[in-house]
Write a protein of this length. Structure first.
Lengths: 269, 269
């Protein structure tokens, strides 16, 4: 005789399913005005992969900002005196510092650490990261700064709708960026735009196999998926897309703003 | 005619390899004194999976601490007056608060946030997390606190050696725990013990496809792998192991202490 509890456990064991992280590299560069879904379609054809309903498609923010033209030609940036002084002190590009300040709502830290200038800001969206997420890239033969998308949740929702139209599938979309963390070395990818899924799994009230209530507030599943995709979205190769297949996420309306802790609940500002 | 650069890029595209996150659930509970490699062997047989050289095996710290007997019977804990007062104020278990303080090197924050008592400590190992990572579990019919392993890097190395002996494979081992983060909601898993791999990939001096030097200090690959495994190591199911297959990590000596930012370089203490 097997108790229902044991049967349930056995079933869950037999159901143990793998998750696949499938990189989708590009042959060529994404440029302002390109269609992201067209570029993805070409890359998928080349890789002989199909997008399936239930997949999560992770896309690095840089290609999103590029297609949206959210770029600034560096030679057009006039850094302020403050930006020039600070940049000079740390050997940074004053134009990047200026853009980081322009893109920020507030500056959390501005300090030289181990000989490097570190500028931690709260972006207009509310993300806390280095240099407001401003990156440098070569576009059309000129040095450009790539800014974070203006509204990454909206970009994710638009891309998701385009994928549904183009491929007839219902997927979740995550736009990711590499952020540093306090207390720990190294960058990991986080979700800065989300569409089609709940970004948090709330365990409050749920119980573990012993009947203990799980106190953890929630699991940041969208960040976990973004971070996992970071293992294949290489920094040196041209792989801005990753299909994450087999994740048990909760489909529905959700956005990356839910992942931002409210200032009044944050102990480290 | 194809330029060497384009050829190289095409090659890298054809080589694009997926990563698999393979959950290894257990049929029964891990108890103090159990052999972790025996338990894993049974679970692998049941799942008809083989461990392969080059895999990363992620294991949740809780089962490591259990096999090592790093548990405390809650009824044996005598909380101090301070612990009782603070716990009473926030509706927490004073014994857990006492253990969290005992396991800490310093207290970073001790505050009531949104009606919940939050105690952020630096553990004896140097990790910064809530309640020094102290968990509650039912062992032998009595409530126990599960502490973090005494030396998670050593535990990882020992487990790795046992796997080599038992299965004849060379894998990397990561011991993980779920940590909260400043600024962002929800928990994600990080590496607290590492063996057989470099936990950081250093991109300093390397260049992107445009020849730009990548300024990011490093990628925390061990944390990325731990975080990815968190997608299958469910909080509600008994899945303490995850095989991560296909990751391009740098094999060799490495430990989780490298992931801890030095206090003097940390802007948020």
């Amino acid at each position: 005789m097997t108790s229902p509890k044991v049967r349930k456990l056995r079933d869950s064991i037999q159901q143990a399913k793998s998750i696949s992280l499938i990189p989708v590299p590009l042959k060529d560069e994404i440029l302002p005005g390109d269609s992201l879904s067209e570029k993805l379609a070409t890359a998928l054809r080349h890789q002989k992969i199909r997008l399936r309903s239930g997949d999560v498609l992770v896309v690095k923010h840089k290609v999103v900002s590029k297609t949206e033209g959210h770029l600034v030609r560096l030679s057009d940036v006039k850094p302020s005196r403050d930006a020039r002084v600070w940049a000079g002190k740390c050997g940074l590009d004053a134009r990047i510092v200026q853009l980081a300040l322009d893109e920020s709502r507030s500056v959390l830290r501005k300090k030289v650490v181990a000989g490097r200038g570190v500028l931690i800001t709260e972006t207009r969206h509310g993300f806390i990261c280095a240099n407001s997420g401003v990156d440098v890239s070569n576009v059309d033969g000129g040095e450009h700064a790539v800014l974070l998308p203006k509204d990454p949740d909206r970009s994710a929702a638009k891309f998701r709708a385009a994928l549904r139209k183009k491929f007839g599938v219902s997927v979740a979309v995550i736009i990711s960026d590499s952020f540093g963390r306090p207390w720990r070395e190294g960058l990991t990818d986080v979700a800065i735009g989300v569409a089609g899924m709940k970004p948090l799994i709330d365990y409050r009230g749920k119980r573990d196999p012993h009947g203990y209530e799980l106190h953890a507030t929630a699991e940041a599943i969208a960040d976990e998926v973004a971070c996992a995709a970071g293992l294949v979205c290489g920094k040196l190769e041209r792989t801005p897309f990753c299909i994450v297949r087999g994740v048990s996420y909760q489909a529905g309306t959700g956005n990356a703003r839910e992942l931002i802790r409210k200032r009044e609940n944050d102990l480290f500002r």
